[in-house]
Write a protein that binds this ligand. Structure first.
Ligand SMILES: NC(=O)c1ccc[n+]([C@@H]2O[C@H](COP(=O)([O-])OP(=O)(O)OC[C@H]3O[C@@H](n4cnc5c(N)ncnc54)[C@H](O)[C@@H]3O)[C@@H](O)[C@H]2O)c1
Length: 222
């Protein structure tokens, strides 16, 4: 059994992760950390193999540092911080994904592929109105991957929409002479992220590289 603690356990994602871990036959939910529950991350590390973090950008790095220092692997879904802040941490592994939905990973891969063949591209990301960061971590990563794949694109502009009723959506629009190509992904329920989160929990302990960013690395080899 993998013992899992969740930071941000009272939040929208944290509650969904707690449910998914409880339903997983090979996992045990051993701790729920959240100021809203009166429990600190330090209080839940003693009983955990893995800490899953869906909190806020200001605390995700510190939470991961605390976990790794205690020998607990960290799976981070929080967005809006620079993953390079965790470079060099040792003691346990760190896995970070700005998007745990398989469809979003495929969208990023297709966008990278298309970027090599089209002249220009822009990204529209749309999220619920309580999201703290903009642009979204997914949009920032998509843009970076596209620019790396096709340097002639330059910086890919990102437009952010925040409205009630939305969950997490993104359109990558590519344009060239006489044509456009639109690649769109919609997470219409937070359950869309759970298979990716559970995969990361199962794999974080055996990473050969840490910190590792991006769910595609876990999908590619297994
Ligand atoms: N990677 C993905 O696939 C993915 C998907 C959806 C959301 N997100 C990201 O996950 C994060 C959380 O999103 P949400 O919608 O659940 O937010 P939310 O506001 O509903 O929940 C955040 C929770 O974190 C708690 N928190 C704050 N500081 C804390 C600390 N120091 N320790 C423990 N808990 C703390 C808050 O009290 C709150 O309950 C955001 O950064 C969001 O962008 C990532």
């Amino acid at each position: 059994m993998i013992r899992v603690a969740v930071a941000g356990a009272a939040g929208r994602m944290g509650q969904t992760v707690c449910g998914a871990v409880q339903d997983a036959p090979d996992m045990e939910l051993t701790g729920r950390a959240d100021p809203a529950l009166g429990t600190a991350v330090a209080d839940v590390l003693g009983d955990a193999d893995v800490l899953v973090d869906f909190t806020i950008p200001a605390t995700a790095v510190e939470n991961a540092r605390q976990a790794v220092a205690a020998g607990v692997h960290a799976v981070i879904g929080t967005t809006g911080f620079d993953p390079q802040e965790l470079d060099g941490v040792s003691g346990a592994n760190v896995f970070i994904a700005p998007n745990f939905a398989i469809g979003a990973v495929l969208m990023m891969q297709f966008a990278q592929q298309a970027a090599r063949h089209m002249a220009r591209a822009e990204i529209i990301e749309l999220h619920h109105d309580r999201k703290l960061d903009r642009p979204s971590g997914t949009a920032a990563r998509t843009a970076a991957l596209m620019s790396a794949a096709a340097p002639s694109l330059g910086e890919v502009p990102i437009h952010s929409v925040r409205l009630p009723g939305l969950v997490a959506h993104q359109e990558v629009i590519l344009g060239d002479v006489g044509q456009t190509l639109t690649i769109r992904h919609d997470s219409i329920d937070r359950e869309s992220f759970m298979p990716g989160v559970l995969l990361a929990i199962r794999r974080v302990g055996t990473l050969t590289r840490s910190p590792l960013v991006g769910l595609e690395h876990l999908l590619a080899d297994g």
